[in-house]
Write a protein that binds this ligand. Structure first.
Ligand code: CTP
Ligand code: MG
Length: 228
């Protein structure tokens, strides 16, 4: 069975503020995207990786991955994350028509343990059409109105923080992207809109998303010897 991972990496990284696309920002001297693709390929259950890069950086991104001995296909990304995933998915369907399982993984979650990647693939291959790694919510969460006044306190026992890679049976993701429109902050959100159940499995703190300079400092520490 063929598994393809789509890696949206075409964002500008504005909150990180490095002046280069976030996927190219180094952690311990190596670009986030290189860490991310290396982790995916080392998981063992991933056959192909398709990266959506900033359109001006496609050949540089391809050369970077090749220089690190990583085999991946690089396509130009789009104006937002959903557009980038859509473009990578269209490429994957064209070039790998035998694909059965599709994972979508943010380049910014570059340190996701391979065990999480494999667990997502295994859950899809066992028959779940959509699978997402999640963590429990540690903080109390409030819902606020437009004036920052608290409206209510959802029961956090029923809440989860969502990570990637998110895994899908190819037909489910194809239908979600064809029918659900573009208004979701993750791919599982599109699948929910077409009424398909989404299974959660345990995520991992290392699958954190690097968004801010603080996250980058944590990522540097995570890569240090002996980090949990
Ligand atoms: N992404 C993408 N195409 C876009 C926007 C985002 O492929 N047009 C990707 C990013 O590269 C990242 C993932 O989607 O791997 C999650 O997005 P985010 O963390 O918001 O990254 P950026 O958009 O780069 O960061 P910022 O919003 O701070 O500019
Ligand atoms: Mg963004």
């Amino acid at each position: 069975m063929s598994t393809v991972v789509l890696v949206p990496a075409a964002g500008r990284g504005e909150r990180l503020g490095h002046g280069v696309p976030k996927a190219l920002v180094p952690v311990r001297g190596v670009a986030l995207l290189v860490h991310a693709v290396r982790g995916l390929l080392s998981a063992g259950r991933v056959r192909h990786v398709v990266v959506a890069a900033p359109p001006a950086e496609v050949s540089a991104t391809s050369a970077l991955l090749t220089a690190h001995g990583l085999v991946a296909e690089v396509v130009p990304g789009g104006a937002d994350r959903t557009a980038s995933v859509r473009l990578a998915f269209e490429h994957a369907l064209r070039v790998h028509p035998d694909v059965r399982t599709v994972l979508v993984h943010d380049a910014a979650r570059a340190f996701t343990p391979p065990s999480v990647v494999n667990a997502v693939v295994a859950a899809v291959e066992s028959g779940s059409p959509a699978v997402i790694p999640v963590l429990p919510v540690a903080d109390t969460v409030k819902r606020v109105d437009a004036h920052d006044v608290v409206q209510d306190t959802p029961d956090r026992a029923a809440l989860r923080v969502v990570q990637t890679p998110q895994g899908f049976d190819v037909a489910t993701l194809r239908r979600a992207y064809a029918e659900a429109g573009d208004s979701a902050t993750d791919d599982a959100g599109l699948v929910e809109k077409i009424g398909v159940p989404v299974l959660t499995i345990p995520g991992h703190p290392r699958a954190m998303k690097v968004t801010t300079p603080f996250d980058l400092a944590i990522a540097e520490a995570v890569l240090a010897e002996g980090a949990p």
